[in-house]
Write a protein that binds this ligand. Structure first.
Ligand code: SAH
Ligand code: SF4
Length: 350
């Protein structure tokens, strides 16, 4: 199969042009057609010679994302189930806010991390997405928004998959998204979320970007975290905290702790106290985002009551920790991580 044209960064397209005996700026023109004019065939790239367009066609293909299903929530959230060339299904969610549209992208077909509350990992990992397959989710959403004169203004890498286990593709995706001659998404409007793949956190700290990092912590200690997130046995709690301290020192940026509240499991006031104790040294450079756990039919977890969420929040706030409670969107269309795909796997889509 031919490689996807969306897999390539601006610099790689320029190198390709040069390797074909063309000037480097032909690569920039191709990038412009892909991300500014947003065409979906080489034929349409009318400022390139016919011969070069033919070469492109011989060498690359466009990613075909087949829209298998589309669900629209009453709050404006739209969730897509896209089919890939090998018939795997992936989810992409577009959320409408008063400041613009944010998109939640998927980085892997399934996930091997195995968090016990997550629908995405139920069938294990099928395969990594290529950079282009991640890029195509944004381009496709942007084409739909074009019709309304709107743009994708922020990106969260919080769909299915662990981005730091598909590191190179994720980084190329990010480089393409932030390029000022392309979609030009502000780095501070992009967040990558990880379950705590420690070596990748160090690597990401050294990339020198302004992209936000969120860490799925979900528990205040090793024992409970290992129960909820088997990845904690590979990369223990303290190693994760140490890598985050490195990240903060190196980048001077704030991090987000994601904490999904599960009734009776990790949501007691003593859990909040313990969490505050562990992260108070980072309180100037972090904040906690509390997420009422989404019910997954295959899992037995129940979400924390409103009242207990506020109690948990108060303990943290009193300890000087910044806390927000995630605003929920698209609840009526199962917009949570992996849920739509899980539903469709039952009905035959891989
Ligand atoms: N794999 C990465 C990013 C994708 S998941 C990660 O785990 O961080 C995005 C966020 O949704 C993570 O914080 C994840 O822990 C959380 N999540 C997964 N399943 C959930 C559920 N059923 N309810 C609430 N949050 C969930
Ligand atoms: Fe994978 Fe993230 Fe789901 Fe954990 S929460 S299984 S890391 S997608």
């Amino acid at each position: 199969m031919k490689p996807f044209i969306y897999d390539y960064t601006m610099e790689e397209l320029q190198e390709w042009a040069v390797s074909q005996g063309e000037p480097a700026f032909r690569g920039s023109q191709i990038f412009d057609w892909l991300y500014v004019k947003r065409v979906d065939s080489f034929e349409q790239m009318s400022n390139l010679s016919k011969a070069l367009r033919q070469k492109l066609d011989d060498s690359f293909s466009f990613v075909l994302l087949k829209e298998i299903a589309k669900y629209e929530s009453s709050d404006g959230t739209v969730k897509f189930l896209f089919g890939l060339h090998d018939d795997h299904g992936i989810e992409t969610v577009v959320m409408k806010h008063n400041y613009g549209n944010s998109i939640c992208v998927t980085t892997q077909v399934g996930c091997r991390v195995g968090c016990t509350f997550c629908a995405s990992t139920l069938g294990g990992l099928k395969r990594n997405l290529t950079a282009g397959e991640i890029v195509a989710q944004v381009v496709q959403a942007q084409r739909i928004l074009d019709a309304r004169g709107e743009r994708v203004s922020s990106i969260v890498i919080m769909g299915t998959g662990e981005p730091f286990e598909n590191y190179d593709a994720t980084m190329n995706f990010l480089r393409i998204m932030i390029h000022e001659k392309g979609l030009n998404i502000g780095q501070r409007h992009i967040t990558v979320s990880t379950s705590g793949i420690v070596p990748s956190i160090y690597k990401f700290a050294d990339e020198g970007t302004q992209i936000n990092l969120a860490i799925s912590i979900h528990a205040p200690n090793d024992a409970l975290r290992s129960k909820l997130m088997p990845v904690n046995r590979r990369y223990p709690f303290n190693d994760v905290i140490e890598s985050l301290n490195y990240y903060i020192a190196k980048t001077g940026r704030r991090i987000t702790f994601e904490y999904a509240l599960i009734n009776g499991v990790n949501d007691r006031p003593e859990h909040a106290k313990e969490l505050a104790e562990v992260i108070k040294g980072m309180s100037m450079s972090s904040h906690v985002n509390l997420i009422p756990v989404n019910h997954v039919p295959e899992r037995k977890y129940v979400r924390t009551s409103r009242n207990d969420i506020f109690n948990f929040q108060r303990v943290l706030t009193d300890a000087g920790i910044n806390v927000t409670i995630r605003r929920e969107q698209g609840h009526d269309i199962a917009a949570a991580c992996g849920q739509l795909r899980a539903k469709h796997m039952e009905s035959g889509t891989r």
